[in-house]
Design a protein around this ligand. Sequence first.
Ligand code: SF4
Length: 79
Amino acid sequence: MVPYKVVIERDECTSCGNCEDECPELFQLDEGGIAHLKNSARVNNNDELYLEDPDCSLDAALNCPVVCIHVYEDGEEIS
Ligand code: SF4
């Protein structure tokens, strides 16, 4: 089982761009200016991405001013 999951609650995103600045490998603003996780699944209006390594998603989550990026390890939220 892939241990890490990253989620963006896109309805809460204010388009500040911090996540893209902190972690362009994983995050980009879409054409509407809302944060998007590259290669993720869209579930309702959230983006969900499973990873072997959380990499810079943790930095992105810490720098999201509205705390709409969440990182889970084995189902437990770690950021
Ligand atoms: S840091 Fe948060 S509010 Fe800013 S663009 Fe990324 S998801 Fe949206």
